[in-house]
Design a binder for this molecule. Structure first.
Ligand code: ADP
Ligand code: ZN
Ligand code: ZN
Length: 761
């Protein structure tokens, strides 16, 4: 006898449980996970609709009281019902409420007023277009130039992409429409998937026709193997590992093309920061208007609209950040996750899911393939390319546990080379009497490259902007009264808390001792900018950080103007190392490589390696060879040393050994329980009790229990936080503990005043 666990009404607040029903004889074998079914419910046995989230042979209720399923609503597993079972899986896996999981997975139903199915069509011939570009350059019409250049690549651009991805305004577009440069047309919507299939290569032969590039043998071999495996139903996850510029994106597009031809759809995840209009246009050029994009700037209604178009077959390739994973394609055949190592793929909100894992689950539910790509694969992904290695205990069927590794070993474009990387020991600079934030070597290289008319990027691998104000007399920094962090000095003279938004005018006297000797401290991007200005008064300098990018589109605007050669030096944080191609950049200076190396996160070595490698990858992407100078106080640290030598394998070996010794993922599973409360006393009580419960569980003997410890930032927004860590090789044991803790705490006295957040690292 089989039983179905059914979730009844998803619009209801209390959806955190399922109800079990017997599957009647006549429906045996027909009921599947994700199906919508009819069930008797409540005392009156009123018929309700529900979704099957699990089918099991285990009775979880008193068999006497178990009711029978009344029927199946529709035999197909719709996109929606599948997403509901995905939400259930996420709730269980990550320990959120069902409501939180549903809100993550299902778009908010909200209609937009006007459907965006308009296209901007170029009306100029290629020659006219080129002279229009020259004119735009001469008159410094940046936005116009951007659009016209895009027209060179593709004569039709969806209005939505022009506005949102390319940051054009209606004011820019108006004169172009009036002068007959471009026209705004309504695109004919293709509802039939068959019609859409015919249009797979619609854009060839456009203005300045972009021939589909011929894959090199390495790329072709990957695509062939992928297609052969796909054809015989092999859905093992693939990892495409190749340096930036090795041609991964071309490979993805070829794979997508194959899958579309099978009558199925594809999702492409790209971290938001790398989701530039150049990237989007590449896909658009290849697949035409069956491509759509979502990003965090879309309103709930626009998102809903995009998802609807995916549901009814108008859109067949969805590109976007993490949340695009939930596009309700009826026939999903492929999920691509580019830059799979990016931390942005992990959600910071409950459920704290990782896109890689959820994609794996969603792919399995849809019999779709999952392809990951990176120049610096995460340890999680790379370790799984070895048979029988770490990850074996994850709850994934054994045939999927191992990833297929595809290598791209060089740069795809002939004539582009890897940069030459040098490390400068800042301790030696100090010994030699140089107190500047620029080493002598970096300064000399800058002089030379500026002289050659090349561009330079100066990179500070620290999040955002980091100046704070401290007292020279007592040494205290000015802190947020609500959070355990220092306030950040902004250029308008205000001190701002980046955690809760609290702000004050910069004080004249030290709040702790009253001393007037109080000043800004720290090497922020502004400091670098001003020192560089002093050193090179003639150079044009652009800066990119939280301050300069806070306005809508600021990020894109700065990168675009640098790419267009409007500045000689770009100073910035990690925002500058993603996305854009800067062919004229020949020198990348990394000012303080150590900044991301010492933090409380066990992944800080990995992050540092990734950031440095990525920054190094920015230099010399075209014929001009590039040079990278890494300044550091710890030149012998393996993360820095391996990045300088651009040796991923060596880094992987060292980092994996460290994770094994200290039992960190992926060598071990790690569950952290963040306990927070406004009341410190209640917090301590709760944490002590949780700790005791774990110790009393039969599993306690098999896990490593650490803490309770204060969170790295103990107080945020007047809420105190403590953490318990549990490590164990077997993920299932940690899930059991998590479930038991959820259950026990739901009955605890402190429950109303304490928040629990589970997180599998
Ligand atoms: P990645 O995604 O690995 O960074 P891309 O796919 O973006 O690499 O390729 C980098 C550059 O090389 C792009 O300009 C792309 O058009 C070009 N390219 C990729 N493959 C080929 C190829 N087979 N022949 C010529 N150019 C290629
Ligand atoms: Zn003081
Ligand atoms: Zn604060």
């Amino acid at each position: 006898m089989m039983y179905a666990n059914v979730i009844i009404d998803i619009s209801h607040e209390k959806v955190d449980r399922t109800f079990q029903y017997r599957i009647p004889e006549e429906l045996a074998g027909q009921v599947r996970v994700g199906m919508q079914v009819r069930v008797p419910f409540g005392a009156g046995n009123h018929e309700r609709k529900g979704y099957v989230v699990e089918i099991t042979d285990r009775v979880e209720w008193n068999p006497e009281q178990l009711k029978e399923l009344s029927g199946i609503v529709s035999t197909g597993v719709t996109g929606q019902s599948q997403l509901i079972s995905l939400a259930w899986w996420m709730k269980e896996r990550y320990g959120s409420t069902m409501n939180q999981a549903l809100r993550t997975v299902l778009p908010v139903k909200q209609k937009v007023q006007k459907r965006e199915d308009r296209l901007l069509v170029c009306l100029l011939s290629e020659n006219e277009l080129r002279s229009a570009i020259d004119e735009a350059v001469r008159r410094k019409y940046k936005a116009r130039e951007r659009l016209l250049r895009a027209f060179l690549e593709t004569p039709k651009i969806p209005y939505g992409i022009a506005l949102r991805q390319m940051n054009l305004t209606t004011a820019t577009l108006k004169p172009l429409l009036e002068k007959g440069v471009a026209a705004l047309t309504v695109r004919t919507v293709e509802r039939s998937p068959v019609e859409a299939l015919k249009k797979i290569r619609p854009q060839s032969g456009g203005l300045g026709a972009v021939a589909a590039c011929v894959l090199n043998p390495e790329q072709q071999a990957i695509v062939d193997d992928f297609a052969a495996r796909y054809g015989r139903g092999d859905r093992q996850t693939s990892l495409v590992y190749g340096v930036t510029g090795s041609g991964k994106t071309e490979v993805y597009m070829e794979m997508i093309d194959y899958v579309l031809k099978q009558g199925r759809e594809a999702i492409v995840l790209i971290p938001e920061i790398a989701l530039t209009y150049q990237t989007v246009l590449r896909f658009y050029r290849r697949f035409g208007d069956m491509v759509s994009v979502i990003n965090s700037r879309l309103s709930a209604g626009e998102r809903y609209d995009q998802f609807e178009r995916a549901l009814n077959g108008e859109v067949r390739v969805m590109i976007g950040p993490r949340s695009a994973l939930f596009t309700p394609f009826p026939n999903l055949g492929l999920i691509v996750i580019d830059e799979e190592h990016e931390s942005a793929y992990k959600s910071e909100l409950s459920p704290r899911y990782h896109a890689r894992e959820v994609a794996e689950m969603r792919a399995r539910m849809n019999d779709a393939a999952l392809v990951l790509g990176s120049a610096t694969p995460s340890l999680e992904a790379y370790s799984r390319t070895f048979p029988g290695s770490a990850g074996k205990n994850r709850e994934i069927a054994s045939d999927r546990a191992c990833y297929r590794l595809y290598r791209l070993t060089g740069r795809a474009k002939s004539g582009s080379h890897m940069a030459d990387v040098q490390v400068v020991d800042l301790r030696e600079e100090l010994r030699a009497g140089n107190r500047s934030i620029f080493s002598r070597r970096l300064k000399a290289a800058m002089e030379q490259e500026l002289g050659n008319g090349h561009q330079i990027m100066l990179f500070l691998n620290r999040r955002g902007y980091s100046n704070f104000v401290s007292c020279r007399s007592c040494g205290q920094a000015v802190k947020c009264p609500h959070c355990d962090v220092t306030l950040t000095l902004h250029r308008n003279g205000r001190l701002v808390c980046h955690y809760c938004g609290y702000q004050i005018r910069s004080p004249q006297k030290c709040p702790s001792c009253g001393s007037p000797y109080i000043a800004a401290f720290g090497t922020g991007t502004q400091k670098i900018e001003s020192v560089a200005r002093e050193m090179f008064p003639l150079a044009r300098i652009l800066r990119m950080d939280l301050d300069t990018t806070s306005k809508k589109g600021g990020h894109e605007e700065i990168l675009a103007s640098f790419a267009e050669g409007e500045a000689d030096i770009l100073v910035g944080t990690q925002m500058i190392v993603k996305g854009h191609d800067f062919p004229n950049v020949t020198l990348v200076g990394i000012l303080a490589a150590d900044l991301s190396l010492y933090s409380s996160d066990f992944r800080c070595g990995e992050r540092t390696f990734q950031l440095l490698t990525q920054a190094a990858g920015r230099a010399g992407r075209d014929e001009t060879p590039g040079q990278v100078i890494i300044q550091t106080y710890s030149p012998s640290h393996y993360a820095i040393d391996c990045a300088a030598r651009q040796d991923y394998e060596a880094f992987y070996e060292k980092e994996m050994a460290y994770r094994q010794v200290l039992h960190y993922p992926p060598a071990c599973e790690l569950l952290s329980v963040l306990v927070s409360s406004r009341d410190e006393r209640v917090l301590n009580e709760a944490v002590t009790q949780l700790h005791g419960w774990v110790l009393n569980m039969p599993e306690a003997a098999h896990i490593q229990l650490i803490g309770p410890a204060e969170a790295p930032i103990y107080k945020v927004n007047d809420i105190y936080r403590k953490i318990l860590y549990m490590k164990q090789e077997n993920y299932g044991i940690l899930v059991k503990i998590k479930n038991r803790l959820e259950e026990l705490s739901s009955r605890a006295e402190w429950r109303q005043h304490v928040m629990l957040q589970f997180d599998f690292a």
